[in-house]
Design a protein around this ligand. Sequence first.
Ligand SMILES: [Zn+2]
Length: 113
Amino acid sequence: MALTLAQQKELGSIIAQMISATDEELIQLEEYTRPISPDSSIGRISRMDAINNKAINDSALLEKKKLHQKLEKARERLHDDGFDRCIKCGETIPFGRLQIMPYTRRCVGCSGR
Ligand SMILES: [Zn+2]
């Protein structure tokens, strides 16, 4: 079953909201992942903290970038016929799932890790 126009519209605005939220988080994370200058006056321990935090933020940044790409792609695909179809089994992805994860391409059954 294809999405109705109203559903497409709703998902479109959910995607737009998610994209702008992700944009803001990316700006923040890019701030946090700036190189740590070696001459900074922070102590050795806090410097190690800073390096650890940077590693965490680096991977968070990578995840956010991926999410951002998925959202952009979802926005492009939104009006395609197969938008709500699982790419693995071909079943319809429930609308409730798409509302939470509009970028998903798999049903719950096929997305298991
Ligand atoms: Zn499936």
